[in-house]
Structures are given as C-alpha cells and as structure tokens.
Design a protein around this ligand. Sequence first.
Ligand code: AMP
Length: 330
Amino acid sequence: MQPTGNLHIGNYLGALKQWVKIQYDYEAIFCIVDMHAITVYQPPDELRRKIREVAALYLAAGIDPRQSTIMVQSSVPAHAELAWMLTCVTPFGWLGRMTQFKAKAAEQETVGDGLFQYPVLMAADILLYQAAIVPVGEDQAQHLELTRDIAQRFNSLYGPTFVVPETRLPVVGARIMGLDDPQKKMSKSAPGSGHAVALLDPPDLIRRKIMRATTDSAPGVDFDVLGPGVANLLTIFQAFTEWTDEQMRTHFSGMRYSELKKQVADAVIEHLRPLQERYREIVSDPGYVDRVLLDGAARVTPIARATIELVKQRMGLYTVEVPAPAATAS
Ligand code: AMP
C-alpha cells in the first residue's frame, strides 16, 4: 500500500483483510511502497509519518511480524534496480494503456515520468521476490496483468528467470465504492468528508458517514433491483461479517434504508474497534514499528539480491567473481 492519505475500509476489505488470512498459508511479504507515493509530490514530514502509520495499521489488522515480513520499499534498493532493468523490456505502449495512469495524470498539472513508470516499479516489487500470488483489490488487476506480461516478455527474451504471478481478488469487497458517490471507487485521495470511512475514524464519525451515504428513492432493500449505493452498503456489511448470500437476503430483504445504514454502521464500528485498540497499543511503544520494519528489510534483502544477480547474469550486465590471487613462490 502507498503511505498516502488515510487507509480506508476499501483498502482493508480489498487487501489487508485477505492478507491477514493468507499469511499462514504462504511465506508472505507485505511492502509499504513509499517510492510509489513520491510519483506525486508528498510533503516529506507527512510521508515519514504515514510510512509508520501504515506499518502500525498492518500490525493492528493482524499481520504477524513473526510469521510474515513487513518492510518499506525504499529500504531495499533492489526494487529500484530491478525497476530499471524491467523498464528496458517494457514497451512504451503497454504503459500508455494503464487506466490508473490516465486517471491520475488527469488530476495533475505536471505529469512526472515516475507516474508513467509506476506499474513497472510495481512489477519489480512483485518479481523481485518471485511471488506466486499477489492479493489485491480489483483496481490493481490491470497492473498485475502488466506484471505478468513483463515477466513473460523477460523470460522469453532472456530465458526462464521470473515466476509469473497470479492475481488473488477477494470474493466480496474487491471494489468498495465511495459512500457519497457509489459510481466512484472509494479512494484515499478523493475529496469530501463523506467519501470514505478511514480505519482510524472514531465510531461516531463512522456512523455519521454511513448514515449520510447515498442510496436511492426506493422504500427498502430489494435484491432484484439493487441501486449502486445500497449494493455498496450491503457489500461492506457482507465483507466485514462474512455472511453468506442467503443470510444477507433473508436478513435485509425489504429493510428500510435507515435501518440498513444503522446495521452497516454497527458492523463496521464493531469490526474496526479491536483494530483501533491494537493500533493505539502499537504506537504507544515508539521504537516498535521501526524495529519491525528494519528486521523486515534485513530478512528480504538476501532474496532480493539473489534475484538481482540472476537478472544481471541473464541480461549480460557486469557480474564478476574475482579469482583468488595466485600463490606466489617464495
Ligand atoms: P493503494 O490505495 O493504491 O495504496 O491500494 C492498496 C490496496 O488497497 C490495493 O491492493 C488496492 O487494490 C486496494 N484498494 C484500494 N482501494 C480499494 C477499494 N475502493 N476497494 C477495494 N480495494 C481497494
């Protein structure tokens, strides 16, 4: 995740919640991508603070640092190194087609080259660790397709080098929409106080935001004709509670929107409460997050170096094993 803005329930339901679950089935690496964040100007002090806040939120959500690795992208220089090598095998046209680039570029007065290269750096984040599975929300599916294309192109040019990763989307919650505008993806950068529920929002604010969410003029929930706002509220509820489709239908059919919103707010508040409590505990130990992050970087560096050495050899870049000095006769 990028350490920008406030992490919201879309980030949680699309990515973080499934990360917590799968960490016991795989050897998992969770990265905080600060070098992606600087593709758009970030005030330095704010960025420094956000990196630690996101790390603390990963921990508070249940990523276990004894089981999994949490690290910051810029603390392992091999991410940038591999990104350059991959840039050189990525056709310009592939990047121009990225919808996230087009959307983000439209918001900027000046579009930096980094914004264009963003998906190549993301491919490097993944391929550097020979990742088999990448659990993300739906908005990242196109970048994952590109990562697969880059890996395959590299492998066919230079011989088998990279594992071609698979995208893993959650069954429910892969795309949470804005509360104020259910046609738009819930996003950290969208303006408006009623757009997103942040993971650290206090309960009364969460309730106010959900009670003000956009619905439609129908009298109550009808699963045969769900408007986007109501569908989004139901998705949020189902993704948090993990109720089955049948439970959802039985419970919510015909329910008035004010009652639906109240129940969604209750569920969100109840599920975020333990996360918020753990967050406060974690940040009360000032050195803890940095210890986890430094340990994470140290753990993954050998994996990253091995990939870089392999890529350098494959591409013919300068690698050398210095022979031992010849013994001299005395
Ligand atoms: P980012 O906000 O780009 O740092 O995204 C971090 C993770 O959250 C990625 O895996 C995204 O796919 C996921 N994500 C972001 N917004 C949403 C959303 N509205 N619904 C579901 N997943 C999301």
